[in-house]
Design a protein around this ligand. Structure first.
Ligand code: HEM
Length: 362
């Protein structure tokens, strides 16, 4: 879809975009500053690190370049080191295909339909009335926790479960997110990452679901508040309802790119957009730029909308669920046409997002 253009919308869209960009830049200023500066080149090498900005190059890497799923400094590597391994992120080949089949059964259309009443109940309880000042972040935390508790069969308090998943991601991100500073010695950080993952695993009937819980909760915590803030600042509530919110949800996920970079490592030599890649090179795949989040109208809208969820055999299996949750969240908020009263960026979070998003009736 293209963004609605009610009279006076355009300056508000610019304002919404700028406010959201600050959330992204505030989370890792040096890294995201570098990515912004190099954005115009499709692929940029800095030593043994290759920054991949271009949509086709990003897709090419995810679908055709062999990736080392357990290398240091990658999502799979962090998942493998902090658990006993054998998580979707670090698997390859047959083991991965069979785990994907299981997760697809949970997250396919029937799975989403079964989970939907649970998060709708949270929305009905928390958003049917909108008090004068409402922080949307705890509501999203509860919604994410309820969903993951149901997915994993956990009887833990949903908010505690969601907090544990965020703490595990924060600790693991210190391990695997690329930084321009030299890494801290492993001994000073590993125990706390392992403790955080251990605490999360202790809340789950099967500790092997820890990576699923981390993937689901952290992206939801990043995505839903930022999308609501975008919608409020851009003035997009008018006419929004169950029929129109699914398309706006897809577009807001593209504009916010909640998981903005995918750190990977090449497992073989390759050439991407004319740039030679060597086995062992670190690849920073910039989902935000592949999705053209900085543009109102991307070159290829369906491909751009998909890019925020990755591509290929490891592409996100939770995309349909994420889109349905965001559509329901927007639909629940729309009657109040909320405006943003105050927002605070969460500088601890693994993904760019808000620690608090106070809204009031519009
Ligand atoms: C806005 C929400 C979300 C975004 C932006 C997002 C994005 C992503 C991305 C970029 C990847 C890596 C894809 C690749 O390597 O090609 C991924 C993987 C994954 N996501 Fe999501 N995700 C979201 C929500 C969810 C939810 C709600 C769940 C579960 C309920 C989920 C479960 C997973 C899992 C299990 C993987 C690993 C798949 C594999 O390695 O085979 N995600 N996600």
């Amino acid at each position: 879809m293209t963004l609605p253009t009610h009279p006076g919308t355009h300056p508000r869209i610019r304002a919404a975009r700028s406010a959201d960009r600050l959330v992204y830049l505030a989370s890792h200023p040096a890294l995201f500053g570098l990515l912004t500066v190099t954005r115009r080149r499709p692929v940029v090498r800095v030593g043994r690190t290759v920054l991949v900005h271009d949509a086709q190059a990003y897709h090419h890497v995810l679908t055709r370049v062999p990736l080392d799923r357990t290398a240091e400094g990658t999502t799979g590597g962090a998942a493998a080191r902090l658990t006993d391994g054998d998580q979707l992120f670090d698997q390859d080949g047959g083991a991965h295909r069979s785990a994907r089949r299981e997760v697809s059964a949970l997250l396919g259309a029937p799975g989403v339909a079964a989970l939907r009443p649970l998060w709708r109940r949270v929305l009905a309880e928390r958003l049917t009335e909108l008090p004068e000042r409402t922080d949307l972040v705890p509501i999203v935390r509860e919604l994410a926790g309820v969903t993951v508790a149901a997915l994993t069969g956990s009887s833990a308090d949903p908010t505690a479960l969601a907090r544990a998943a965020c703490d595990a991601a924060t600790a693991a991100a210190r391990d695997h997110l690329p930084t321009l500073l030299p890494p801290l010695p492993a001994l000073t950080r590993r125990p706390s990452a392992q403790q955080a993952v251990g605490r999360l695993a202790s809340l789950l009937p099967d500790g092997r679901d820890a990576a699923l819980a981390v993937a689901a909760v952290n992206t939801t915590m990043a995505a839903l508040p930022r999308a609501a803030a975008w919608c409020a600042r851009a003035g997009l509530w008018a006419g929004l309802g169950p029929d129109t919110s699914p398309a706006l949800a897809v577009e807001l996920l593209r504009l916010t790119a909640p998981s903005p970079i995918l750190p990977r490592v090449a497992a073989a030599d390759a050439t991407v957009a004319g740039c030679p890649i060597r086995r062992g090179d670190r690849l920073i795949l910039v989902a935000r730029h592949a999705a053209q989040s900085h543009r109102d109208t991307p070159d290829d809208p369906p491909a751009a909308a998909q890019a925020v969820f990755g591509a290929g055999p490891h592409g996100c299996p939770g995309a349909a669920l994420a889109r349905a949750q965001l559509a329901d969240f927007l639909t629940a908020l729309a009657p109040h046409a909320p405006r943003v009263l105050r927002s605070t960026v969460d500088r601890r979070a693994a993904l760019p997002g808000y620690a608090a998003l106070l809204v009031g009736k519009g």
